[in-house]
Design a protein around this ligand. Structure first.
Ligand code: PRP
Length: 221
């Protein structure tokens, strides 16, 4: 697996910000993981600005799959700064003025009202950005919003794909693979678990063995 330079930079940036850490973690799924990714720690102007640039880099690197999009949509709440940072990075880096929108978790019944803030979605191709996909609930909710608005899904971008099997007895697929299949649109991650392992190998990092073992146990093919 070839590690692109933006992916190498993103992993080292995530480690430096304490977003990606290695140790013994128990996940919501109950799985014991040798690593943890907490995007909430990108919590300053400079780190959010860089994060937007990594999303923009991933979108550009995978443009053949994503094809074209008109609006970047961020599901509340954590998707909100992400969609804003991503369109700013696209405007500054590529000179392309892309629209953005996000939802309110609770619809507002005064003022302009409604539950979508930002660009109108109707008839447009929507790229959804979020930090992570776990069970896929947030993305399915976004899909409902997109369909109700008469728009179509161009793709989804997340920071990391853990590439692990779902928790169902016979689940051989990850939540990301299920979403790709269900909606017929690509889900692109800035980095995958495979990329992280590759990076750690390059660095002769001591966590490689534990990461590979985790991947053997829970990884998808
Ligand atoms: O694939 P899922 O199982 O939906 O899990 C991932 C979602 O969960 C988190 O958001 P959450 O819904 O907790 O809301 P928040 O952004 O307000 O924290 C996260 O930001 C994703 O949107």
């Amino acid at each position: 697996m070839v590690l692109e330079q933006y992916q190498r930079d993103f992993i080292s940036f995530a480690i430096a910000n304490g977003v990606l850490s290695f140790g013994d973690y128990t996940l919501k799924s109950g799985r014991k993981s040798p690593y943890f990714f907490n995007a909430g720690k990108f919590s300053s102007g400079a780190s959010l600005s860089k994060l937007g640039q990594y999303y923009a880099a991933a979108i550009s690197a995978r443009s053949a799959e994503i094809n074209s999009f008109d609006v970047v949509f961020g599901p509340a709440y954590k998707g909100i700064p992400l969609c804003a940072a991503t369109v700013i990075a696209i405007a500054n880096g590529e000179g392309r003025d892309v629209q953005y929108a996000f939802n309110r978790k609770e619809a507002k019944d005064h003022g302009e009202g409604g539950s979508i803030v930002g660009a109108a979605l109707q008839g447009k191709r929507i790229l959804v950005v979020d930090d992570v996909i776990t069970a896929g609930t947030a993305i399915r909710e976004s899909m409902d919003i997109i369909r109700e608005a008469g728009a179509t899904l161009a793709g989804v971008v997340v920071a990391i794909d853990r590439q692990e099997k779902g928790r169902g007895e016979n689940s051989a697929q990850s939540a990301i693979q299920e979403i790709e299949q269900q909606y017929g649109a690509p889900v692109v991650a800035v980095v995958t678990l495979g990329n992280v392992v590759e990076y750690l190998k390059e660095q002769n990092n001591e966590s490689v063995a534990a990461m590979e073992e985790y991947r053997r146990e829970y990884g998808v093919n």
